[in-house]
Design a protein around this ligand. Structure first.
Ligand SMILES: [Zn+2]
Length: 411
């Protein structure tokens, strides 16, 4: 291949290679209202709510008391009509609206609402998967969510495009709340997680996994996460989550670095970021070689040491540019750093989409940056004297977009 052709070849391979999106908050159609979609959901996404309060502050309670369509109108007015939608989250809405076939600058909110009224969710799932060129997405399935449990109980046929992930946060982060819920569900647990309690928690996890068939277990963890730790979290991790994940042969996914509700008035939009101690992950991987860890950190300051740690442990797979890192400038930096330290053995991105429509922009924006970074890296390799072939690029992109995850999770 000629160096002059490189950019267009890489870009076309990155565009046409299907993605397995390893972490989203989406659901298949059978979960009903749990699957968020449409313009009002898109506009009231917590990233945008947060930015609206910067642009046009109003009393928090007043905003939250408004019905969702009113909240969406407020966001639309202040972020798109009275300001330029140049932030990444607002640009995402622009990309999504353009992909629906409308001019984002002139279309009205009511016209967009009409459009969504005219389509079914099943049709829209097909359109979005097609548009974002996705093979499948991994959902986030909360083991304590009553609404979800009702759907799981009567679930018959699965949509193979939606894989399950068993989210177990309350067990590690709010054990005090988890105890009464487990007791109510028929598991004999005590506030002090003794041997018998841990056995019951493992039984609970096994029962849940039999229903969901998860591709991994997952939790988000605070920047203060330590390992090992003489705490309820430490005991539950060592005696329940890790042995359970090991026996099932599935990874434990850790999303580390979220500071919950630094501004509680913003509700779900109020979380912040903190740098975590990478030593906890080093010890976790070293002391549990039979476990597999799928890991992302929220702080940019943790990214370089995360790559270094991932070089040392083949039971660790790094994924995604999460939340506050999902910005073109930062994705470019992190992806470049990962390639230089790990070669093609990582998962460059996940969408974290909460609203179905977001898959469209999140993947369009990420694909562009990933293609640019890969082009630069293959150019360096050509300069070094390696004749890069199209088949090399196809193999690498397939690995990064789905293969690495499938191998790691034994799918
Ligand atoms: Zn998430």
């Amino acid at each position: 291949m000629k160096k002059s052709e490189l950019a267009s070849v890489v870009s076309s391979i990155v565009q046409k290679t299907k993605v397995l999106d390893v972490h989203t908050h989406l659901y298949s159609a059978e979960f009903g209202d749990l699957l968020l979609w449409g313009i009002d959901e898109l506009l009231t996404y917590h990233y945008l709510v947060c930015e609206t309060f910067l642009q046009a502050p109003m009393p928090y309670e007043k905003f939250w008391a408004m019905p969702k369509p009113k909240q969406a109108e407020y966001v639309w007015e202040h972020l798109f009509q009275k300001a330029t939608p140049v932030s990444e989250a607002t640009r995402g809405v622009v990309t999504t609206i353009r992909n629906l076939g409308f001019d984002p600058r002139t279309v009205t909110l009511n016209r967009l609402r009409q459009h969504f009224k005219s389509i079914t969710v099943e049709e829209y799932i097909d359109t979005v998967f097609d548009n974002a060129n996705l093979e499948a997405v991994v959902m986030t399935n909360n083991v304590f969510d009553h609404e979800e449990q009702t759907v799981w109980a009567k679930r018959r046929k699965r949509d193979p495009r939606f894989l399950a992930a068993m989210r177990i946060d309350p067990l590690l982060n709010q054990w005090g709340d988890a105890v009464p819920r487990l007791s109510k569900a028929g598991y004999k647990v005590k506030v002090k997680p003794d041997t018998a309690t841990c056995r019951e928690v493992r039984r609970f996890l096994a029962d849940q996994a039999d229903i969901m068939e998860p591709v991994y277990t997952a939790a988000s963890l605070p920047p203060s996460f330590e390992y090992p730790e003489k705490s309820e979290r430490g005991i539950l991790l060592d005696n329940c989550i890790l042995p359970f994940s090991r026996q099932r042969g599935i990874p434990f996914a850790m999303m580390v670095g979220v500071k919950k509700l630094i501004n509680p008035d913003l509700h779900v939009a109020g979380d912040g970021v903190g740098k975590a101690d990478i030593g906890a992950l080093e010890r976790l991987c070293q002391r549990n070689p039979e476990n597999k860890f799928l890991v992302t950190y929220l702080s940019r300051e943790n990214q370089h040491e995360l790559c270094v740690t991932a070089r040392k442990f083949h039971n660790l797979l790094v994924f995604g540019c999460w939340w506050f890192l999902n910005l073109p400038s930062v994705i470019a930096e992190i992806t470049c750093e990962r390639i230089e330290l790990l070669g093609p053995r990582f998962v460059p991105q996940h969408s974290d989409a909460r609203v179905l429509d977001q898959l469209v922009y999140k993947w369009e924006h990420s694909r562009k940056v990933i293609a640019e970074v890969l082009t630069a890296k293959y150019r360096d390799l050509m300069d070094a004297g390696w004749a890069v072939r199209k088949s090399d690029i196809e193999r690498d992109v397939t690995a990064m977009f789905s293969g690495n995850f499938k191998n790691f999770a034994s799918l």
